[in-house]
Design a protein around this ligand. Structure first.
Ligand code: DAH
Length: 353
């Protein structure tokens, strides 16, 4: 197109062509391309004509200059008309509504929140209600009622964060108050307030006298589970945890109960899941054992039912406690628990909704 020579005919022809091409262009970008072919600083046809003025024989300079300017003016005018048409919106001039908008910076849910939401979703679908309890507890709900006698090591000052003052109007004066060491205390509160049958999960924060390191934190999340009714068995417990593990991690996961001890359950077990990454062959995630521990569980001890006034002959129940960070570490392959608390956006932004 740049070899079209200046003449009054070619001015008319090019102007008409510019107008027609713009009319046909379907987007701002297409119009921009058309514009650049005519008005582009280096290779546009107007620029080419301007350059011709300089190299033309002296007697033609004037005429070529006139045509070139005529073309430039006409084309710029048409272009301006298009720009103005694009910029008009609801009575406002000067806003180009066709420009891409500025994307708002989206926030992210915290990985621990994502895991907690997923846990709640899975257990809700299985018929468990989600309830929360107080983080400031008294010794009776946290220990005594859970069949943990005064000399139990978990009650030690070394493990537990006791508070100076009692909970106003709540706990008897002779009960020390503390930051709950586990969500199991809510088993007691819930059973005191509700008759069986019950099926609840209790997500929430718990506190221990631990220093923050790679795998420990003085505050972390747990999700407690409790089901009470007539005729519940260890098989129901295992089936519930199996259904959970398969939805959370992999449809082929298996659950293993390793005999253990908790004062509030009998029998008690540690919950192990078969390693879904190596299928038991042994890898870094399962520390070459083929199994991964995620928490504790068991059948509710009759002494616990007695503490809350339930008929221990009639009712049976199962319970578990699982660490939320533990689940997040496994699910997201995060090696350092501290990353969850440091609020480094470069870390936090990596987790999909
Ligand atoms: N409370 C225990 C802990 O914090 C976890 C636990 C074990 C909860 C067995 C339970 C259970 O409900 O039955 O380590």
């Amino acid at each position: 197109m740049t070899d079209i020579l200046p003449s009054s005919d070619s001015v008319r022809q090019l102007v008409a062509q510019f107008d027609a091409e713009l009319a046909q262009a379907k987007s701002t970008r297409d119009r921009q391309t058309v514009r650049d072919r005519f008005l582009g600083r280096k290779s546009g046809v107007v620029a080419a004509w301007m350059q011709m003025i300089a190299t033309a024989p002296p007697d033609q300079k004037k005429q070529i200059g006139r045509w070139a300017n005529e073309l430039k003016k006409a084309i710029e005018e048409i272009w301006l008309g298009y720009q103005q048409a694009e910029a008009v919106v609801v009575g406002l001039q000067g806003i180009d509504v066709t420009l891409p908008g500025r994307a708002p910076r989206l926030g992210h849910r915290h990985p621990l929140t994502l895991v907690r939401d997923r846990l709640e979703e899975i257990f809700t679908r299985m018929g468990f209600a989600v309830v929360e309890g107080p983080e400031v507890e008294d010794e009776w709900h946290c220990f005594d009622a859970l069949n943990m006698p005064a000399e139990h090591p978990a009650r030690d000052m070394q493990d537990t964060l006791y508070l100076a003052s009692p909970i106003p109007g709540d706990s008897p004066a002779d009960h020390r108050t503390l930051l709950r060491t586990h969500t199991s205390s809510m088993q007691i509160r819930y059973m005191q307030a509700h008759a069986p049958p019950i099926r609840i999960v209790v997500p929430g924060r718990v506190y221990r006298r631990d220093d923050l390191d790679l795998t420990h934190s003085p505050a972390f999340g747990q999700i407690e589970g409790l089901a009470v009714g007539e005729g519940l068995s260890l098989a129901d417990l295992k089936g519930t945890l199996l259904a959970f593990a398969r939805q959370m991690f992999s449809p082929t996961v298996r659950v293993r109960f390793r005999p253990s001890f908790f004062p509030y359950t009998e029998p008690s077990a540690e919950i192990d899941l078969s390693c879904w990454q190596c299928e038991g062959a042994g890898c870094a995630m399962c520390k070459k054992t083929g199994w991964i521990e995620i928490g504790g569980c068991g059948m509710v001890h009759p002494a616990v039912f007695e503490a809350v006034g339930y008929d221990a002959e009639r009712n049976t129940g199962f319970a578990w406690g699982i660490g939320i960070e533990r689940i997040a570490i496994l699910r997201y392959q995060v090696e350092d628990i501290r990353l969850f608390y440091e609020n480094d956006l470069r870390f936090l932004e990596q987790f999909p909704y």
